[in-house]
Ligand binder design. Structure first.
Ligand SMILES: Nc1ncnc2c1ncn2[C@@H]1O[C@H](COP(=O)(O)OP(=O)(O)OP(=O)(O)O)[C@@H](O)[C@H]1O
Ligand SMILES: [Mg+2]
Length: 220
């Protein structure tokens, strides 16, 4: 399996597992294609086994995992999910292969929202404490609803402006597949509320640490 070549103008970003491109039929959506195994880091035995299974059974792939996780979330929380998570629409079959069809998150000027990773490593109009406050708000939402989302890395978030507030960024998660992904053999932290809350708090603290480490800790 090889990855089709996308014109540069269509590519939004390439993550560790997938490439995210604009939907040629809609400015409001994007498509995520899974990368072929040869284009990924080697990974653990467990990840390699899952990738091998995904080549034969698409239900084991990242796109199916993300769709199931988003459906689980929206069944629990309804439309309020969309404030913090980009909606997934479904798996579509395109001329370039199967892809996950998602709502594309836009910034206030109508351009695709930039990832938190780009804010940290390229440029940002925000102060570190403003981005940390956005992490606080996302963490509070996870804790309020008991959501076991632990993969809080900067590539899994895009940043938008909170409407009607000056210089108040909000994080929107564009990758919730870790909600239903079991990295641990016995995922007690997923099911035991106190352990789940502690793990969310640790991961959120680690993300705030990365923001301060990268941008300094000047307060606004
Ligand atoms: N719905 C979306 N709206 C706007 N941008 C998006 C959206 N989904 C993904 N992106 C962009 O694509 C990048 C990678 O997305 P995603 O995390 O889904 O891929 P991935 O392959 O799972 O990455 P990784 O394995 O590194 O976490 C994001 O950082 C973001 O820039
Ligand atoms: Mg991701």
């Amino acid at each position: 399996m090889s990855l089709p070549r996308f014109p540069d103008a269509r590519v939004l970003a390439q993550g560790a597992n997938r490439i995210c491109v604009r939907d040629p039929d809609s400015d409001a959506h994007c498509l995520k294609y899974e990368l072929p195994p040869a284009m990924r880091a080697r990974g653990s035995l467990r990840q390699r086994l899952r990738r091998w299974l995904a080549q034969h059974f698409p239900a084991f792939g990242e796109n199916s995992a993300e769709l199931r996780a988003w459906q689980w979330l929206s069944a629990r929380l309804g439309d309020s999910t969309d404030r913090f998570v980009a909606p997934c629409i479904g798996i579509v079959h395109t001329p370039l292969g199967p892809a996950l069809h998602c709502a594309l998150v836009h910034d206030a000027r109508g351009a695709p929202a930039r990832s938190l990773h780009a804010h940290l490593f390229e440029s940002t109009p925000y102060q570190p404490e403003q981005l940390c406050a956005a992490v606080d708000a996302f963490e509070a939402w996870l804790l309020q609803h008991g959501i076991p989302l632990f993969d809080l890395n900067s590539g899994n978030f895009v940043v938008i402006d909170e409407p009607a507030r000056v210089c108040a960024p909000r994080l929107v998660c564009v990758d919730v597949k870790s909600i239903l992904e079991d990295r641990e053999l016995l995922s007690v932290s997923r099911w035991v509320p106190l352990l789940r809350a502690r793990k969310v708090q640790r991961r959120a603290e680690r993300l705030r640490f990365r923001i301060r480490e990268r941008l300094g800790s000047t307060s606004c």
